[in-house]
Design a protein around this ligand. Structure first.
Ligand SMILES: [Mg+2]
Length: 370
């Protein structure tokens, strides 16, 4: 903006950094960070994404056959969760929305817990003691309501002088909510050790990014609050991991909060209750498959690290068997007590709910499970 008024001063100017190492074909486009020159580390990332994709496929099949409630697939977005899970430290805290299953898995959540959750069983959100996930937050289906919680947790870490970082992830749609703006604004004012990660999968259910915001990027929303903001290719697991590692280090060393926009694509319907064919074209989805995170890392592994067809078949067999095992563990879980619905909302149950709980307990369990 220019002005004829000499009293006008320019207060801010910005460019949006965009980090990509592997392009859609798996070609290396910039000098790789150290971890990505290690074949074992690359294989670990590839293995994680493949395991989660097989799990995701199985979860959709369970829903389609009436054995699971509504499920939000992570198809096409496996790189973001993998990068989160490999970057946070054990005693950091992860505050998720609900689609980054790779992060939950890497932090120690058995994936049958994810199925329990989508099966309406709150035991799914009880994460195992002794694992990094134990202090993580449960899934948040209400959009953006968990982002201010991240600020509160980060404030506590700063107050206690603890060397811990909070990472909160959300979708593109969440960035339009007041909660989101309140959170990023407060985080910078208090210079808190928190990273906000926006998984921009191009769609908020049926609303495209172009109708979500008038801004050219979601990352630039950081600048109004004075935060660091940048984009990465969210389908390039190396780029996402590297950019997150820098943001987490910035937070840990007192450099304050960051807003990272991981540019990805939701290849599946929003959830199993949605039919994306009603609002987006087949051509768009077909083009997005070409940018898939698994395809490009495989191409890189084949070209640079001797990944063979036998390796691929063995990994896919393992992933399919693992997904089947997870499904069986879920289906074999005995149902929770019907009174469990009263257990977690209040520290002390209000009296009117005590009566209701007592009635439920007296009536006893009904019907099948899940
Ligand atoms: Mg979205």
């Amino acid at each position: 903006m220019t002005s004829e008024n000499p009293a006008t001063t320019q207060v801010a100017a910005f460019a949006i950094g965009y980090t990509q190492y592997l392009d859609a074909e798996g070609h290396v486009r910039a000098p790789l960070p150290a971890f990505a020159r290690d074949a074992a580390a690359l294989r670990e990332m590839y293995r994680t994404m493949t395991m989660v994709r097989a799990f995701d496929r199985k979860a959709v099949a369970l829903q389609r056959t009436g054995q699971l409630g509504t499920y939000a697939a992570c198809l096409g977005q496996e790189a973001v969760g993998t990068a989160i899970g490999l970057t946070l430290r054990h005693d950091d805290v992860y505050i998720p929305a609900y689609r980054e299953y790779a992060a939950n898995m890497l932090r120690g959540v058995p994936l049958q817990n994810v199925l329990l959750y989508w099966g309406g069983d709150e035991r799914g959100m009880q994460f195992p003691e002794g694992t990094p996930s134990h202090n993580d937050f449960p899934f948040s289906v209400p959009i953006a309501t968990h982002i201010p919680h991240a600020v509160g947790v980060a404030y506590a870490f700063k107050l206690r002088k603890q060397d811990r970082v909070v990472l909160a992830s959300c979708g593109d749609g969440a960035t339009s909510k007041g909660d989101f703006y309140e959170a990023i604004s407060s985080a910078k004012v208090w210079n808190l050790p928190v990273v906000f990660l926006v998984s921009n999968n191009q769609w908020a259910i049926s609303l495209p990014s172009s109708r979500q915001t008038g801004a050219q990027t979601f990352a630039q929303k950081a600048f109004a609050g004075g935060l660091h903001g940048e984009q990465c290719d969210g389908n390039d697991v190396i780029a996402t991991r590297e950019v997150l590692a820098r943001a987490i280090e910035r937070a840990r060393s007192g450099g304050g909060p960051s807003l990272i926009e991981a540019v990805t694509y939701r290849l599946h319907d929003h959830t199993t209750a949605d039919d994306a064919r009603r609002y987006r074209s087949e051509d768009e989805v077909k083009a997005a498959w070409e940018r898939c995170p698994i395809k490009r890392l495989k191409a890189h592994l084949v070209a640079q690290h001797g990944w063979s067809e036998a390796d691929e078949v063995a990994l896919n067999d393992e992933a399919t068997a693992n997904a089947e095992k997870i499904a069986q563990a879920f289906l074999a879980m005995p149902p929770d007590q019907p009174s469990a619905i009263f257990d977690s909302l209040y520290a002390k149950l209000p009296r009117q709910y005590e009566w209701q709980r007592d009635e439920v307990v007296a009536a006893g369990p009904k019907g099948g499970h899940h």
